[in-house]
Structures are given as C-alpha cells and as structure tokens.
Design a binder for this molecule. Sequence first.
Ligand SMILES: [Zn+2]
Length: 135
Amino acid sequence: MPGVVERLLSYRQLSPASLEAAGVLIGERRENHVVIHAISEPGPGDVRTRFTVVRKGPHHQAMINELYLKSGGTMNYLGEWHTHPERFPVPSNTDKSGWQKEIVFTEPMVLIIVGQSAMWCGKKVGRATKALQAY
Ligand SMILES: [Zn+2]
C-alpha cells in the first residue's frame, strides 16, 4: 500500500549518520497476491548501527498480534524489511543466513531491503530466495 512505501522510504540511510532500520511486514494474502498494509518500525530494544540492525524490540511482535486480532485473523506476518547504506542494495551474507534461520514458513514470504536509490524485493519460498524486482 502507498503508505507503507512512504514509511519505508523515510528510513533511507541518506545521511552519513543515519543508522540501519528494520521491521516486519504485516498484511493479507489474497489468492496469489500479498498486500502489505503495515510495517513495524524501529523502537526501544532494537540494536542499530550504521551497518547492522537487530530487531530485538518487543513492539514488532506486539504489532503483529494487535493487527491479527483487530482484523479477525486476515492480517498476519508476511516477512521483513531493513535498510542498507548503499544506493542499490543487495542481500549480504548475514541477510541470507539470517533469512534461512529465521524466515521459515510454508507460505511464500516477502523480504525488502531499502537502499538509498532503490529497493531490493525478494520472495522466499521454502529454502529458496528469489529477487523479485528492484525499483
Ligand atoms: Zn542487510
């Protein structure tokens, strides 16, 4: 949804001082489509540096739970996003190994990296991660 893209773009690491940011993607599955309605954003408990970010804050899971309940179960966790301090982001080895360990679901999951000039979007199906489109 447009509001989600706007929020993601607001975390671009455009200044040398800006830290990596991360959160989860929340939305609904409609047959073959995935609609991302909301994202969680950096908050207390997260560990952020220029080149790393760890989503440790309890607010990420709390937001998933809240939207799941409010929507009567149609909204759920769809994947994750984080930023990179590079113009055209590509997944790092840390990203790839993290996704293998942490993003383990039977349904396809969405992965987004927000760079300075473009976003990298991927889909994880089983163990395979495939780039969807950069724009
Ligand atoms: Zn990364």
